[in-house]
Design a binder for this molecule. Structure first.
Ligand code: F6R
Length: 607
């Protein structure tokens, strides 16, 4: 829910911290701040609001000048967004930035107050940790950090500077992700690789329970017991361009355009001789045959990809699939057996609820498969098997390309499982796989419909509320269309199974209310059209998304978006595109901050 950065090296530290934070702002944008050693003293600059507010403040009041420091951008968790609650937070001799939650901060605060430490300025859990570090500090930073780590509970990562250790940055990881970048004569910390890719592609992945010390441009590591740790230097497989807007106005539209390549990069290495082959992900045919029940658990958009997965796996492989929201699944004492498979889908691989589900499922002995985009993320590392999606960094808060590649993996998995279980013939498996290989081209064509979607979005901007409807796979898909629209346009939107409308929801329809009907399933077209007629008759403004061969009475639709046709089962990968474009252009037309919608953050590492 927030981004941490740190730097030690010859460059202007404030500039490096701000530049790195710009790439992490998608993680939270309620406030930002930096702390830099200037002439041996820690100088702090911080502000509520966007990073641009902090930059404006520093332009007016002057920025800290130095070569070592830490920085932070945050989604508010404790106390309202305000200058005082902004990170960094300080004790007398210690200043820190923090990602995550300290669960027992109230107990620690009580302990500190009982010991005459009463100078708390903010409402945050972070300040309590800064004060505790200061309380225990005896001139040995590592000893002090270790002592504090044994007392605080929660999921967190910290960047720390001690006033009497100039030009040195300490970093700690406990759950929340943190990487340590290494360039010639300089070192960085960051919550995510794109933040530092401009400076270096080489990085160490800090593991749970490790501490890094950045000094004189080099890095050393130890564990929470103080034992030195040797780590492997990794190299990022993307460059600065992929973390930039590349000429597009927003990351979201850039990422929509990246979808054909992302799908190609995700599926191509997993297709061999015309058939899906997930063995490089540790998934054999034998394994796929062995599961009796499948659970797909995820949050938000990732859960919606799971809904499409359910339809496809059940239809082809004839295995029962239950899709669940991670925050519900973890508390409902699910019935799990050791021959069940639990699939966790997550772009970030760090979502708190999804991670908790993984731990729960492992305790119960069921097998776990992670479908994750961010390499080396917690969920990816802890699951029994992992299929990485290759979408590249997704920066816009509203997920687009990550969803698309999650869909592509759902199909590959369904095809291979169905074949392994003998539910489809080799010939059918080949045919389906070959169709999937054609999707990048068709998605490209669908992106070409931008103009039509841009026009139709002008009809949505005045709406207070709208409905997305569909049947079968179109219903699964409409859930994502509805989420995308509401999260960035701020128009209230619900998705409904088209056949369910008349059981209550149809009473919401008033004159001119937009209803977007997804009608790409030829076998269900007639039924969906009947439902469209029902809402049209009650005054709805109907927008129909269908394939370019669908035949029906055009009068039922006020607006039609015709997309290229491929096999019915794969239509979600094409129909997703106009839904993304409708959401994008509605948000743009309303003048909203498309990439950073209000109240949201990209990586939800708190419950
Ligand atoms: C919506 C969106 C969220 C995420 C959800 C899960 O556009 O991005 O709904 O899908 O927070 O995040 P991950 O996939 O990182 O677990």
């Amino acid at each position: 829910m927030c981004g941490i950065v740190g730097y030690v090296g010859p460059r202007d530290c404030s500039d490096v911290l701000v530049s790195a934070l710009t790439k992490l702002e998608y993680r939270g944008y309620d406030y930002a701040g930096i702390a830099v050693f200037e002439n041996g003293k820690i100088e702090v600059a911080k502000s509520k609001g966007r990073l641009s507010d902090l930059v404006a403040k520093m332009e007016k009041e002057g920025k800290p000048k130095g070569h070592a420091g830490i920085g932070h951008t945050r989604w508010a968790t404790h106390g309202e967004p305000s200058d005082v609650n902004s990170h960094p937070h300080s004790g007398r001799r210690v200043t820190i930035v923090h990602n995550g939650i300290i669960e027992n901060y109230k107990d620690i605060k009580k302990f500190l107050i009982e010991n005459d430490r009463t100078e708390f300025l903010s409402d945050t859990d972070t300040e309590v940790v800064a004060q505790l570090l200061d309380f225990y500090y005896d001139g040995n930073p590592i000893r002090c950090i270790r002592k504090v780590l044994h007392e605080i509970r929660g999921s967190f990562a910290l960047g720390i500077v001690f006033a009497d250790r100039p030009e040195t940055v300490y970093a700690v990881r406990c759950e929340s992700p943190l990487i340590v970048g290494q360039g010639p004569g300089e070192a960085f910390i960051a919550s995510d690789v794109p933040a530092i890719i401009k400076y270096t592609k080489d990085y160490y992945l800090l593991e749970y329970g490790e501490i890094a010390v950045l000094k004189n441009g080099s890095v050393s590591f130890c564990d929470f017991h103080g034992r030195m740790v040797e780590k492997e230097l990794k190299t990022a497989d993307f460059d600065e361009d992929s973390a930039e807007k590349g000429g597009f106005e927003h990351f979201m539209i850039k990422e929509i355009h990246e979808q054909p390549t992302a799908v190609k990069t995700t599926i191509t290495p997993r297709i061999e001789d015309g058939l899906p082959n997930l063995s490089e992900c540790g998934i054999t045919k034998e394994t796929l045959k062995s599961f009796n029940n499948i659970f797909i658990v995820a949050c938000g958009t990732a859960m919606h990809a799971g809904m499409v997965g359910k339809y496809v796996i059940e239809k082809l492989a004839r295995v029962s699939v239950t899709v669940d929201i991670a925050s519900e699944f973890r508390y409902r004492d699910p019935l799990l057996n050791t021959d069940d498979l639990v699939i966790i889908i997550s772009q970030s691989g760090e979502t708190a609820d999804s991670k908790a589900v993984l731990n729960l499922v492992k305790e119960k002995g069921a097998k776990t498969l992670a479908i994750v985009n961010v390499k080396g993320s917690s969920i990816a590392r802890e699951a029994d098997m992992v299929i990485y999606t290759h979408a590249g960094p997704e920066i816009a808060v509203a997920s687009t390309k990550a969803y698309m590649v999650q869909l592509s993996v759902m199909y590959l998995l369904a095809f291979e499982m169905a074949f392994a279980k003998g539910k489809i013939t080799e010939e059918k498996c080949r045919r389906l796989t070959s169709e999937l290989q054609k999707t990048p081209e068709v998605i490209e064509k669908a992106i070409g419909l931008s103009y039509n979607c841009q026009y139709i979005s002008t009809k949505l901007i005045t709406a207070d509320s709208l409905l997305y409807i569909g049947r079968g796979l179109d219903y699964a898909l409409s859930m994502e269309g509805s989420l995308k629209l509401k999260e960035i346009s701020y128009i209230h939107s619900e998705s409904y199974a088209a056949g369910e409308l008349k059981h209550g929801t149809i009473s919401l329809i008033t004159e001119g209310m937009p209803v977007i009907a997804v009608a790409t399933q030829t076998s269900l077209l007639e039924k969906t059209i009947s439902n469209i007629k029902e809402v049209k008759a009650r005054g709805a403004m109907t927008i129909v998304i269908c394939d370019d061969e669908a035949e029906f009475d055009d009068e039922v639709a006020d607006h039609i978006i015709r997309i290229p046709k491929i096999s019915e089962m794969l239509m979600p990968m094409v129909a997703t595109v106009p839904m993304q474009l409708l959401a994008y252009y509605t948000s743009v037309n309303k003048g909203n901050d498309v990439d950073k919608p209000r109240n949201l953050a990209k990586s939800v590492t708190v419950e």
